[in-house]
Write a protein that binds this ligand. Structure first.
Ligand SMILES: Nc1ncnc2c1ncn2[C@@H]1O[C@H](COP(=O)(O)OP(=O)(O)OP(=O)(O)O)[C@@H](O)[C@H]1O
Length: 213
């Protein structure tokens, strides 16, 4: 598959297959096309050549890079997460929806602060809120694009440990990062993107690949 913008090629001849339950880390220098690949996976970009073949049952959740919301952002963490419920006529939540939201709040360690304004949450809490919001629609493929980039080391580990728990129960994860250590700690597979050259394999092969460079 090849990707680009207008006549500008960005990714050329990438071949990759992702299996259910993998934690695929995508690493590579700035500008090599990691986000472009994510856009193509999200169907925001049509390949210049080749195709992306998806199992029709794939349902994607997406956690973007850190968004620094204003301190005065008024929605509570709970209400922000609930924004990912399907649109409906009634503005209030049903009992089942409330239980769904509560379950995901608990699973992402947000129970103690769920009714506080999201604007006042720490960076790590905000990222866990975005994670909870994306998980609310029960995706089976979760894409994290640099989602840990501006977090402190403990918050990075906390976020990825949560993601790993979901991955270990069958969620497929694609995690774009510049952090090789996190990649090796949490990934089961890797894709290393260099201009015109893409290598992928199991995470054990990543250290061999790096050693051989
Ligand atoms: N909308 C666009 N139109 C034209 N070129 C673009 C567009 N978006 C990105 N590019 C270019 O495509 C190339 C790849 O960008 P991309 O954001 O995919 O890289 P990346 O590997 O994610 O980089 P980083 O690690 O810095 O986020 C860059 O040269 C970038 O300038």
């Amino acid at each position: 598959m090849s990707l680009g913008y207008g006549s500008k090629p960005v990714v050329t001849d990438l071949n990759l297959s992702i299996q259910q339950g993998e934690f695929l880390v995508v690493v590579g220098e700035n500008g090599v096309g990691k986000t472009t690949l994510v856009r193509a996976l999200l169907k925001q970009l049509t390949p210049h050549a080749g195709e992306i073949v998806r199992d029709p049952k794939v349902k994607i959740g997406y956690v973007p890079q850190f968004r620094n919301l204003d301190n005065e952002y008024p929605l509570s963490i709970r209400d922000f997460i609930a924004l990912n419920l399907p649109m409906k006529m009634m503005p209030w939540l049903t009992t089942v929806e409330r239980q769904q939201v509560d379950r995901i709040i608990k699973a992402t360690n947000l129970s103690a602060i769920a009714d506080q304004p999201l604007g006042l949450a720490s960076g790590g809490e905000k990222q866990r809120t975005y994670l909870a919001q994306s998980l609310l629609s029960n995706p089976n493929l979760l894409i994290l694009d640099e989602s840990t980039a501006s977090l402190d080391p403990d918050s990075k580990i906390e976020l990825l440990s949560l993601v790993q728990k979901f991955q270990q129960s069958g969620l497929t994860v694609i995690f774009v990062t510049h952090d090789w250590e996190l990649a090796q700690q949490f990934g089961t597979h890797f894709l290393h993107m260099e201009p015109g050259c893409y290598r992928n394999g199991t995470i054990d092969q990543l250290s061999q690949h790096l050693g051989g460079k």
